[in-house]
Design a protein around this ligand. Structure first.
Ligand SMILES: [Zn+2]
Length: 293
């Protein structure tokens, strides 16, 4: 095995150079990436004059939007979505004649996927909420109508692409978390985030649970931005201290949480802003609020 090479969010060029070398050797470089990282890679490669046209990647782990796909396409990076989780494995692979940026074929030899539909109100879930059931005898976990907190449009469209010919007839698109806990490629554990926003930060810097909120938005170039809003009524605070307390607390004791916190810390993805937290139309202050780009 080759030794791993460090490529940070601030400097993804080692990946671009590897792609170029692989292309020069007559092969097709293939990567798995979260969309905002692929955008960073594409942007950095273009800026550095490294031609990565012809490289391919599979995107997953956060919403796949038109802006993000356009940005990767401009660098010639051929990107397709993959939808799945670490518990389930792949649930869908990107359609080659997509009707939306995140149009995937459900791999229905592995999973059955149904929606809440009219039961949504009773379950306090949107009607498009997805439930996954494992069908494969070697599934890592046996899921029975398992909700991953995602909703989507389920569509048996005849796209005409080869994946349909394999028997994967159903499409999912407009896939979003209705629990709003994934931002900038980082999936927060609900209870951790709530604890930090509602207890740790108020105890240290004052105010109450609704004075702190994470807001996710998308920059025009498709990159993810995450802002930690702190209510101005709390008076003067050291932004850097708020930020490092937030990251340290999220990092906790588990290595995987440390990696997540490090990802947020890199590349200026996360910043502190003194603004009142956003409220939804129904007046709720969500812990993680998604804003249109
Ligand atoms: Zn298709």
């Amino acid at each position: 095995m080759p030794r791993p090479t460090l490529a940070t969010l601030d400097d993804p060029l080692p990946v671009a150079r590897w792609m170029r070398r692989t292309l020069d050797a007559g092969h097709v470089p293939f990567t798995l990436a979260i969309p905002s990282s692929a955008v960073r890679l594409a942007t950095a490669a273009t800026a550095a004059g490294i031609d990565i046209a012809g490289a391919r990647c599979l995107l997953g782990g956060e919403p796949i939007t038109r802006a993000r796909l356009d940005q990767t396409a401009r660098a010639g990076l051929d990107a397709l979505p993959r939808y799945g989780t670490s518990e389930c494995g792949p649930v869908g692979y990107g359609c080659l004649q997509p009707s939306a940026p995140d149009d995937v074929h459900v791999v229905r030899d592995l999973h059955a996927v149904i929606q809440a539909r009219s039961l949504g109100a009773e379950l306090s879930m949107p009607s498009g909420a997805l439930f996954v059931t494992s069908l494969h005898h070697a599934a890592p976990f046996l899921m029975l109508n398992f909700s991953m907190g995602d909703q989507a449009t389920l569509d048996p469209r005849d796209c005409g692409c080869p994946l349909r010919g394999l028997g994967w007839m159903d499409h999912l698109r407009d896939i979003r978390s209705f629990e709003k806990l994934t931002a900038a490629g980082v999936t927060f554990i609900d209870t951790d985030l709530v604890r930090v926003l509602e207890a740790v930060l108020p105890a240290r810097f004052g105010g109450g649970p609704t004075d702190y909120q994470l807001v996710e938005s998308e920059a025009p170039d498709g990159s993810a931005r995450l802002r930690l809003l702190v209510h101005p009524r709390l008076g003067p605070l050291d932004d850097q201290e708020v930020l490092s307390t937030f990251l340290d607390e999220l990092a906790g004791d588990r290595p995987i949480d440390g990696i997540m916190a490090a990802m947020l810390d890199q590349g200026g993805t996360l910043s502190v802003e003194r603004q009142p937290p956003r409220t939804t139309r129904s007046g709720k202050v969500m812990h993680l609020h998604a804003e249109a780009g």
